[in-house]
Write a protein of this length. Structure first.
Length: 473
């Protein structure tokens, strides 16, 4: 009994009031209620995996953005802003907006007209079965690794705010996601992602508003950061002429040609996690408008993600550190800057809303990765290689079991994040390894008619080998 109490006995930052607990419990009840309500509309493969292809442009667009607005955005980029300064904003305005518009105007007509269920499914139509199998295996592996980020980040919040042991938190979050995703398929995920989009914005706006008031506005924030770190942390472009002039150690050519032209374009146009939401649109016009709507909201995301990281650098009394060092010393890591700022400003009621916003973001990211994994496994691996002639009902059942298996695998990957300095180091390693080769294969297949099936398959294979030899980044 004593050991069990010690397992939960982790120092907490705040104590939730009754109002806070009611808000959090109500959110979970509402999410599960939506899942149970929509479960009866997820009995066919088209409904479970593609939401019946009947989403409007606005619903698909908000879901498209919300699926990406998970731990990578909320915890990862807030931590990156604390670690590297305002340079993290480039991953939005340069590393997202152009790619989202490119998806809408250039690539969506190819995807949507082909009526494919996934990006690997498109590769099968263009290059044949071997290319689909290779890309499916790579993508399935990447999604469960990414899902581990969201799972670990939710566990971090529960540990910091509520004082739960990190292992207990990971298992609690994983069970919640397994129930949520398996209920209603993609349709349930999309409607909950729209709900989560509203909650994220409502809860996350508290920190930048209250933080800027305390810092004395933007000029006061810059002055504090110059004292606590360096004035270079608040310069967006002027320090990027040389690698040694900025805290991130990057050059402007890497941002423009590496990030904007390759990594971000590859992610936003070939990562099935986000593309799946757009493919659920009711017609081609809605499918093209969805990324445009998402890009408009994406422009303002740095105000609720990057700004809290900068405010933490200016206002927090303690010095944050890399994840492994924080675990070893019992300190706070870069990844914890957002919940630390939340605890700093939010009292009863507001604290519950803020925590709910964070949990909503994590659930959105986790559900997005798991639902994408389920679709790729069922359609592009299980049906293509193992059981080609099963009934539609059987594939829906397989999709639900794949959801549970995907969550179990994600539990293991959640522990991998602890060995990286920050969440973003882990994410960038994954993206550079998996996304760029897939994007190269897809875009060549779309724009060059002479590309052959053998060329597509071996080109993707060779690209992956080169990534292995050269390392990520």
């Amino acid at each position: 009994m004593t050991a069990a109490l010690a397992f939960f006995n982790v120092p907490r930052l705040v104590h939730l009031s009754t109002v806070d607990l009611v808000i959090i419990v109500f959110y979970f009840a509402l999410v599960l209620a939506i899942g149970f309500y929509l479960k009866e509309r997820a009995n066919t493969g088209e409904d479970f995996f593609m939401a019946g292809r009947e989403m409007t442009a606005w619903i698909a667009g908000l879901s498209f953005l919300s699926a990406n607005l998970g731990a990578l955005e909320l915890m990862g980029w807030a931590g990156a802003a604390y670690q590297y300064g305002i340079l993290a904003t480039h991953w939005y305005w340069i590393g997202a907006i152009p790619a989202m518009l490119f998806l809408a105007l250039v690539m969506m007509p190819f995807y949507y007209i082909s009526k494919t269920h996934s990006v690997p499914g498109y590769l099968k139509l263009r290059f044949g079965e071997p290319s689909r199998v290779l890309s499916s295996v790579c993508f399935a592996f990447m999604t469960v690794l990414m899902s581990g980020i969201n799972m670990y980040s939710m566990a971090l919040v529960l540990r910091i705010i509520l004082g739960w042991n990190i292992n207990v938190s990971i298992w609690v979050s994983s069970i919640t996601v397994a129930i949520y995703v398996s209920l209603g398929g993609l349709r349930s995920a999309i409607f909950n992602e729209v709900l989560q989009f509203v909650l994220i914005w409502g809860g996350a706006l508290l920190i930048p508003i209250l933080g800027l008031v305390e810092a004395g506005g933007w000029s006061g924030l810059k002055a504090r950061i110059a004292v606590n770190a360096s004035a270079e942390y608040t310069h967006l472009w002027s320090t990027m002429g040389h690698f040694k002039d900025n805290p991130m150690g990057i050059h402007w050519t890497g941002i423009v040609f590496g990030l904007a032209a390759v990594i971000s374009t590859g992610y936003w146009t070939t990562d099935f996690l986000v593309v799946q939401r757009v493919l659920s649109a009711k017609d081609l016009r809605a499918a093209k408008m969805a990324p445009i709507i998402g890009s408009a909201f994406k422009m303002f995301v740095p105000f609720i993600v990057i700004l809290p990281g900068l405010l933490g650098l200016a206002l927090l009394p303690m010095k944050l550190m890399p994840e492994a060092q924080a675990i070893a010393t019992g300190g706070h890591s870069y990844n914890e800057v957002l919940p630390l700022m939340l605890a700093r400003y939010c009292g009863p009621g507001l604290l519950g809303l803020g925590i709910t916003a964070l949990i909503a973001g994590f659930m959105s990211g986790m559900a997005g990765n798991v639902s994408a994994f389920t679709t790729v496994w069922t359609y592009d691996l299980y049906r293509a290689l193992i059981n080609k002639n099963a009934t539609d009902k059987h594939y829906v059942s397989m999709g639900r079991w794949a959801t549970i298996v995907g969550v179990i695998i994600s539990i293991g990957t959640a522990y991998l994040v602890m060995d990286f300095k920050s969440i973003m180091d882990y994410v960038q390693a994954l993206f550079s390894f998996f996304i760029a080769p897939l994007f190269a294969t897809v875009i060549i297949g779309m724009l060059w008619k002479r590309a052959t099936p053998a060329g597509g398959f071996w080109g993707c294979c060779r690209a992956q080998v080169l990534r292995s030899e050269c390392g990520p980044g």
